[in-house]
Write a protein that binds this ligand. Sequence first.
Ligand SMILES: NC(=O)c1ccc[n+]([C@@H]2O[C@H](COP(=O)([O-])OP(=O)(O)OC[C@H]3O[C@@H](n4cnc5c(N)ncnc54)[C@H](O)[C@@H]3O)[C@@H](O)[C@H]2O)c1
Length: 260
Amino acid sequence: MGATYDLSGRFAIVTGGAGGLGRGIARALLDAGARVELWDVSAAALAEAAAELGEGVGIRTVDVTDAAAVDRAADAAFSAGGGVDILVNNAGVLGEVKPVWETSPENFQRVLQINLFGAYLVTRAIVGRMRQQAPRPSRVTPHPLRGHVVSIASIQGKEGMASAAAYSASKAGLMALTKSVAKETAQDGIIVTAVTPAAAETAMAREISAERRADILGRIPMGRFVEVEEVARMVLWLSSDECSFSTGGIFDLSGGRATY
Ligand SMILES: NC(=O)c1ccc[n+]([C@@H]2O[C@H](COP(=O)([O-])OP(=O)(O)OC[C@H]3O[C@@H](n4cnc5c(N)ncnc54)[C@H](O)[C@@H]3O)[C@@H](O)[C@H]2O)c1
């Protein structure tokens, strides 16, 4: 049994919520008492995730790259939740695994579009509305809060990774977006952070070849992949009132791989 967090009365959005990490993060938020809305482009995967997660989960089919759809979804989520307390920017794709000269410009654009531009659109829509909601007392410090935003970046955004230039660039951009928005909202009671996981056993990790998998594993000093629950528990802390002064922080989850 790990640390417990009280997220009762809180409303959270998890983008890419129908995928492997998204479901794990949603599970942790639900277990802490939050209501959770999953946003995903795949309606079928959303229905499956809702059935798996059970009570407390709402679903919304949203393509995070569609600005108008994101704005509509944000309005609907704020109405459904009576405000939004937590946003987890988790939607993402790996894209082509090839050296840059063999990749297509369309792939580069698509990966940046989903992983970075999509996170920008959702952050813009949710943080803009979060700033308008009344601050609520913190359960931990004397300082009121309006919300938490956590983005799922990647160790590849810190280090770069051969044959994943678009993915790595998108995640580096996501970290810079995080740090910038954190500065903009520092006086608003909105805490904005990101995590940089190493590989986890999800659909994304299964897209790669056995050789590349072994190569990635060999780079992780702990010699194993991160568990979905380990990512979820860090996101849980970053979404809770316990995380009150670490805005702009980029949190490592790399089994010792990160050098900064
Ligand atoms: N699995 C890993 O090894 C790993 C490591 C580090 C970071 N991450 C990051 O974690 C996040 C979740 O990845 P995962 O491993 O759960 O992968 P996943 O493929 O299981 O889930 C990703 C989800 O994002 C959704 N999605 C894709 N495009 C979308 C769009 N345009 N709009 C809305 N939703 C969209 C997909 O439908 C899917 O449900 C990603 O951002 C990924 O880059 C994963």
